[in-house]
Design a binder for this molecule. Structure first.
Ligand code: SIN
Ligand code: CO
Length: 376
């Protein structure tokens, strides 16, 4: 398997499996090379600004330790797993794995987490609230799939780990290098390493409905005229003192619906869904340098691996979201934007043409400022 294409009928997958059922996709290619050796993963886990953890099972209980780690942390007697978050931000070959799922909207993808486990290592039976594609790197891992879970499913007592108290195994697969297991949200799963192994988890982002309502309401409140009041010109005679009647509540709902319908151009969602995992701090000197390099048109412009970029077409133009920011551009930017989101880079004639077009040049400047792209 090359990391470019999944051996999968995408339409059938979306219709039958996505968000519904797990699917095992066996590696059909003759050769498969894991994009990251275990020792390099361990090296990342030594760094301060990399999010890592070790989960171990000892004396009948699950233990969690947060990184950064020292080399001594990797010398242990019990079965253990090292997990490193957002490895796609640091290792281009791991970022390439995101292309496996590029038939799904890019803004749905969160990060690629990589795990290394010794023989018997596991993070325990659990469920996630998001979809995940688990790609086996080196070695083998036995995955057991279980029941459908939700927030009422009993967990073992632990401050941070969410390990299921009960696990009802329904299926079991042994994954080897290049095999992929897709697991939808809520399905219990339990992977146990058979010998040393690495697993790459392409995890998706699913905002909580609660958080969406809160962001949407904040946005709406900013737009609504505070001088609008509840009205009931068709009010009926009050026959039972004190009663709020169904028709009163229906008026309330109708007036709320009318307020909601005034909400045009919902930029809150794009801004929310592109919020970066780790905050991006613009460095003024670097920005000036990048602008100067970009102005020559000679450089290579790359989509930052950690950047979250999305867009939506509106009557007024193209709203572009980058790392939680939003800005509106004319339709002239569309081709460049789509190329950048598809290829992850611009160079040569394509870059010169983009820079020569004032709106597109402005888009590139905005993407530089928000950390969506960098030039080299
Ligand atoms: C692992 O890689 O061990 C855990 C991944 C997961 O269960 O989501
Ligand atoms: Co999981």
């Amino acid at each position: 398997m090359s990391t470019g294409e999944l051996d999968l009928d995408k339409q059938a997958f979306l219709a039958e499996y996505w968000q519904r059922k797990p699917l095992l996709i066996r590696n059909t290619a003759e050769s498969f090379a894991s994009p990251l050796p275990a020792d390099e993963l361990a090296g990342l886990a030594l760094e301060d600004d990399v999010e890592s953890r070790i989960i171990a099972y000892r004396d009948g209980s699950w233990r969690l330790q947060h990184g950064p780690f020292g080399a001594g942390d990797f010398q242990r007697d019990e079965p253990w797993t090292l997990l490193v978050q957002a490895v796609d931000h640091y290792i281009p070959a791991v970022a390439e794995l995101r292309r496996l799922v590029d038939f799904l909207p890019g803004w749905r993808v969160d990060d690629v987490m990589v795990s290394y486990a010794v023989d018997g290592g596991s993070v325990g039976p659990h469920y996630d609230n998001y979809d995940v594609f688990l790609l086996q790197g080196e070695g083998q891992r036995r995955w057991r799939l279980g029941q459908l879970c939700d927030s009422r499913s009993p967990l073992l007592p632990h401050d941070e780990l969410r390990i299921l108290r009960d696990f009802e195994c329904t299926r079991e697969y042994l994954l080897g290098p290049g095999d992929i297991l897709y697991i939808p949200p809520g399905i219990a799963h339990w992977g146990i390493a058979e010998g040393e192994c690495t697993t790459f988890s392409i995890g998706f982002r699913a905002p909580r409905i609660n958080d969406m309502v809160s962001r949407w309401a904040d946005d709406l409140l900013e737009k609504l005229d505070p001088e609008l009041f509840f009205r009931d010109p068709d009010c009926e005679v009050a026959s039972r003192a004190g009663e709020i009647r169904p028709q009163d509540l229906e008026r309330v709902r109708a007036q709320l619906r009318a307020a909601v319908d005034r909400d045009t151009g919902s930029h809150w969602f794009g801004a929310m869904i592109t919020e970066p995992r780790y905050e991006f701090d613009a460095d003024e000197d670097e920005l000036a340098e990048a602008r100067a390099l970009l102005a020559t048109g000679a450089g290579l412009l790359q989509l930052s691996p950690a950047a979250r970029v999305a867009w939506q077409q509106e009557p007024a133009g193209i709203a572009v979201f980058a790392n939680g920011q939003s800005s509106l551009f004319s339709d002239a930017v569309l081709d460049t934007l789509v190329s950048l989101c598809a290829q992850w880079h611009l160079q040569g004639e394509q870059l010169s043409a983009a820079l020569a077009q004032p709106d597109t040049a402005q888009l590139l400047d905005y993407l530089l400022e928000t950390g969506g792209i960098y030039v080299e």
